[in-house]
Design a protein around this ligand. Structure first.
Ligand SMILES: [Zn+2]
Length: 65
């Protein structure tokens, strides 16, 4: 378990990774209900959903401590 970098809600890291499930194009399948993640400056940040990831990408320095 991890926490949403923006709002602190629990995020299931394993579910976000998707257990290797991918689309035909090789993209990881993202279920917004399970959260998402973003690579930023060499490390992965986890989010409860697209909305929080969007906030983070707008002002990442605000959420990195
Ligand atoms: Zn969140």
């Amino acid at each position: 378990m991890s926490e949403c970098q923006v709002c602190g809600k629990p995020v299931d890291k394993e579910a976000v990774r998707g257990g290797g499930s991918q689309t035909d194009g090789g993209m990881a399948v993202v279920n917004p209900q399970q959260g998402t993640r973003q690579l930023h400056e060499g490390r992965w940040y986890y989010f409860c959903g697209i909305e929080c990831r969007t906030k983070f990408m707008g002002t990442p320095e605000q959420y990195i401590s």
